[in-house]
Design a protein around this ligand. Structure first.
Ligand code: CP
Length: 335
């Protein structure tokens, strides 16, 4: 495996093999599988789970890793192309990235969306410009429009809880958040649930429609897998007979890159906090998922998050197992 960037790059058999390997590595650890291998981890955006789970994954497989982020005592990093570097930054990303990559056998890169220009973010322009600088295998640790490690972990979580693929109802719901958040998780989660063959409902207020290319990609996956996609702002209809609700906030696509208008639109939507009454007409055992971090009492009530519906901790642990499977295939002896 040369890259782990988008579940769409893999056949269903390849995804099933990764999921099976993740389960196997949990049951039967392989503490020397990646002995002598090094994973470089470049975080241009913050993290808890991705940072910790990649380091844990490499250690559990017998390899090592190192982390570089702008918060560390590194030289100030310039990211703008074509700039005369006569300001504070002493190092350009064009040297920093290949140097970091050269110390490892593979590199993971996290670079959140710039959230200025929707077309640029949909094209994943910044992440693509970074991976062009490396000649090792690479892993997308969340870019402007993708979070494949989260997606693989989420797929495993749905399997672990026996939530049906075909015939399973998956509600991807916008939730209130005081800030305009990236599209990476909702866009790639929509694709993942559709690819798994689920009947997906995108529940969102007006102004937060997912972009057309995101929906088109997911619809095409749903057609191939026997799933379906619908989009609505009707919470009661969306939650009818749902097996799982996956909550996530995202920026207004109507006002993308326009902080003031986005803020004005979202200010009136603070009742979009997932709470127990949301589940009144869902299946009795309807689960709650979220990629974390999550704001308690803002995105979801404490009662739901701490209650039996919530599977967010299992979901977060699956990040480590999913990434162990990816690393095993990317860096293992037979790769
Ligand atoms: N879900 C996720 O990627 O978490 P972090 O941002 O903490 O890595």
């Amino acid at each position: 495996m040369k890259a782990f960037n988008d579940l769409a790059d893999f056949s269903t058999e390849e995804l099933e093999a990764l999921l099976a390997l993740a389960g196997r590595l949990d049951e039967r650890p392989e503490p020397t599988a990646l002995r002598g291998k090094v994973l470089s981890l470049l975080f241009l955006s913050p993290s808890l789970r991705t940072l910790a789970s990649f380091q844990a994954a490499m250690t559990r497989l017998g390899g090592g890793s190192f982390v570089i982020s702008p918060d560390m005592s590194i030289h100030g990093l310039e990211t703008r192309p074509g700039i005369v570097m006569d300001g504070a930054a002493a190092e350009h990303i064009r040297e920093a990235v290949p140097v970091i990559a050269s110390y490892g056998d593979a590199i993971g890169i996290r670079a959140f969306a710039e959230r200025k220009n929707l077309d640029r973010d949909l094209a994943d322009a910044e992440f693509e410009s970074l991976v062009e600088l490396v000649d090792t295998p690479y892993i997308n640790m969340e870019s402007a429009i993708g979070h494949p490690c989260q997606n693989l972990a989420d797929w495993k979580t749905l399997d672990d809880y026996d939530i049906p693929a075909n015939g399973g109802k998956f509600v991807l719901s916008w939730a209130y958040h005081p800030k305009a958040l990236p599209l990476a998780v909702p866009a790639s989660t929509l694709y993942t649930a559709a690819r798994r063959g689920m009947d997906v409902t995108v529940l969102r207020p007006e102004g937060f429609e997912l972009p057309e290319p995101v929906t088109t990609k997911a619809k095409s996956a749903a057609e191939a897998s026997g799933g379906s996609i619908t989009e609505t702002d009707d919470r009661v209809a969306a939650m009818q007979d749902a097996h799982v609700i996956y909550a996530k906030s995202w920026a207004s696509t109507r006002h993308y890159g326009d902080r003031l208008n986005d803020q004005e639109l979202r200010n009136a939507l603070d009742d979009w906090c997932v709470d127990e009454p949301w589940f009144d007409n869902a299946r009795k055992d309807c689960r709650f998922m979220h990629c974390l971090p999550v704001r308690r009492g803002v995105v979801v009530s404490e009662a739901v998050l701490d209650g039996p519906r919530s599977i967010v901790i299992h979901e977060a642990r699956n990040r480590m197992l999913a990434q162990m499977a990816v690393l095993h295939q990317m860096l293992g002896a037979e790769s």
